[in-house]
Ligand binder design. Structure first.
Ligand code: RB5
Length: 148
């Protein structure tokens, strides 16, 4: 199950991504928002990040105007490695190298066609498992453990 959420600035792209992924057979849990009424992106970043961190969903996608606020907020949740991507190379690399478990996108930045390609790259790429990448991710976790 993939968790997804957006704020009011990204409802259109979220709905396109849900349709695209469902057509490919992915199971999606939509955490909102559901209208263009103004909302605060941290509330939605938290819902998706918690669902992934708690194991309810295997990964997540967050979309706001730029993707920046969503990515900053999601990365505050322990165990979340959220990558803001505007190109497919970065989407593949962040899965292979960083084992990113949440993808952030900006609807005001990235067009629909490219956004769907980025989503595909993120969903279809596995973590490489190379020792050097495992070590570096452990380094990220160690920073989290410092807790300050
Ligand atoms: C909303 O206006 C906008 O600030 C939000 O969607 C996002 O871009 C924040 O990072």
């Amino acid at each position: 199950m993939t968790a997804i959420a957006c704020d009011h600035a990204a409802l259109g792209l979220k709905n396109e991504i849900i349709k695209h992924l469902q057509e490919k057979g992915y199971e999606i849990k939509d955490f909102g928002c559901y209208t263009t009424e103004s909302v605060d992106y941290p509330d939605y970043a938290r819902k998706v990040a918690r669902a992934v961190a708690d194991g309810e969903c295997v990964n997540g996608i967050l979309i706001c105007g730029t993707g920046i606020g969503m990515s900053i907020a999601a990365n505050k949740v322990k165990g979340i490695r959220c990558a803001l991507c505007g190109d497919t190379f970065s989407a593949r690399a962040t899965r292979e190298h960083n084992d990113a478990n949440v993808l952030a996108l900006g609807e005001r930045v990235t067009g629909k066609g490219l956004a769907l390609d980025i989503v595909d790259a993120f969903m279809e790429t596995e973590f490489s498992g190379d020792a050097r990448h495992v070590r570096r991710i452990s380094g990220i976790t160690a920073i989290e453990e410092e807790g300050k």
